[in-house]
Write a protein that binds this ligand. Structure first.
Ligand SMILES: Cc1cc2nc3c(=O)[nH]c(=O)nc-3n(C[C@H](O)[C@H](O)[C@H](O)COP(=O)(O)OP(=O)(O)OC[C@H]3O[C@@H](n4cnc5c(N)ncnc54)[C@H](O)[C@@H]3O)c2cc1C
Length: 372
């Protein structure tokens, strides 16, 4: 039964992939839905530090327009600094996040969700059975909250939820290097993205990457946050690898940004009608740092869980069902990968063995079939 005191049934904080898909699915299920976003989204909107690599299957699933794709690739080249290289075949694309996120938020708007841009969340107060939300522009009474505002989620901070353990956070640095298409094709190949590993002499737990877009190389580096001693020096070590140095010669820095990737779950994903979705919940592949598809799926699952529990009169089970549904779809595998990650990054021997297997198998297969 609808309550007239409520402004929105579902209130979503953050219009990233998780928030936009939650918004779309919420409207499709009949919920009055609002998404607030602190920035402006769009081609000239906020920049988001991201490799922007997405599997081809996802592009097909959401019917992402070809003219919004920066580059198509056929392989992920895995370089170990000891000189070994593996080539993992698989079709994917690179995209710019401002364009991609705009496409997803337009999908939510087209379904009927209200998107309020440049409207950051500043306060949350719990009343008897609702939440009173304050933003820089207004106040709203809402029933369900989707926290999809990223790794440093203000929503969950305001609600006093526990933060990530240090060993579950990767500190990343991204540099966008402008160059020409021809030069990228010559140095990196016209159909490859590159990742760089090496525990002893490059990055203790993490990796670095060169992900080309049309005329830009996204240069990224990520290391477990409590193992970082001097990020700029460590990043420089990567840039000085001969392959990387060659690829980046004559390119011009256009953006420099650091950001966090959570690679393990928050201690909880649900409480009192509040759902942690995507990065806010740490719902990310702990080995690769891939998070876009998991943010989208967790946004969808949060809303479907609300619907099912309402229909079955099981609202006291929302949290249990949310995690159960996530587990069924993919979270069980991510949890296993989080455990395997410690083994893979224990020493270079284990890492090389993993890379050699990754060339032939999906990482989920390696972990679940215990091939390591
Ligand atoms: C350097 C780097 C490289 C990556 N490369 C890849 C990759 O190649 N492929 C891949 O799949 N994943 C990659 N990831 C992971 C991916 O970026 C995230 O997993 C994904 O963006 C998570 O989506 P989300 O919707 O949960 O959160 P986000 O995309 O972080 O979106 C959160 C949104 O909330 C908004 N927001 C924040 N605070 C507030 C507030 N107070 N009020 C209102 N709005 C707010 C933000 O502006 C933002 O739009 C990478 C991450 C990093 C850091």
């Amino acid at each position: 039964m609808k309550n007239s005191k409520i402004d929105f049934d579902v209130f979503i904080i953050g219009a990233g992939p998780g928030g936009s898909i939650a918004g779309k699915i919420a409207v499709e299920n009949g919920y009055k839905t609002c998404i607030i976003e602190k920035d402006v989204i769009g081609d000239n909107g906020r920049y988001k530090a991201c490799g922007g690599a997405i599997a081809w299957e996802l592009i097909e699933e959401i019917d992402y327009p070809e003219d919004k794709i920066s580059r198509t690739f056929e392989s992920l080249e895995l370089h170990h600094v000891d000189g070994i290289r593996f080539s993992k075949k698989g079709k994917g694309v690179t995209i710019w996040r401002n364009t991609f996120d705009k496409f997803l938020s337009d999908m939510a708007i087209d379904c009927g969700a209200i998107l309020k841009e440049s409207e950051p969340l500043i306060g949350i107060e719990k009343t008897d059975s609702f939440y009173r939300i304050s933003t820089k522009k207004g106040n709203y009474i809402v029933k369900y909250i989707i926290a999809s505002d990223g790794a440093t989620s203000t929503t969950l901070k305001l609600l006093g939820w526990p933060y990530f353990k240090k060993e579950n956070l990767i500190l990343t640095i991204t540099k966008e290097m402008k160059t020409s298409k021809e030069f990228i094709n010559k140095m990196l190949g016209n159909d490859a993205v590159h990742a760089f590993f090496g525990i002893k002499s490059l990055i203790p737990i993490g990796y670095a990457w060169l992900f080309p877009k049309a005329e830009t190389i996204t240069v990224g580096w990520g290391n477990q946050i409590n193992l970082v001693k001097n990020s700029r020096e460590e990043f420089k070590k990567f840039e000085n690898l001969p392959f990387v140095k060659n690829a980046l010669q004559d390119s011009k820095l256009s953006i420099f940004k650091s950001h966090l990737i959570p690679v393990g779950l928050r201690p909880k994903l649900y409480e009192d009608n509040v759902f942690a979705v995507g990065d806010a919940g740490g719902i990310v592949d702990p080995i690769s740092g891939k998070g876009i598809p998991y943010a989208m799926m967790s946004g969808q699952i949060a809303i479907e869980t609300i619907k099912t529990c309402e229909n079955r009169d099981k609202l006291d089970k929302l949290g249990i069902y949310y995690e159960k549904n996530l587990d069924k779809k993919f979270l069980r595998v991510l949890k296993a990968k989080r455990i395997a990650r410690d083994q893979i990054f224990q020493n270079d021997e284990n890492l090389k063995r993993f890379l050699s297997l990754w060339e032939k198998y999906r990482s989920s297969e390696i972990i679940m079939r215990r091939l390591l």
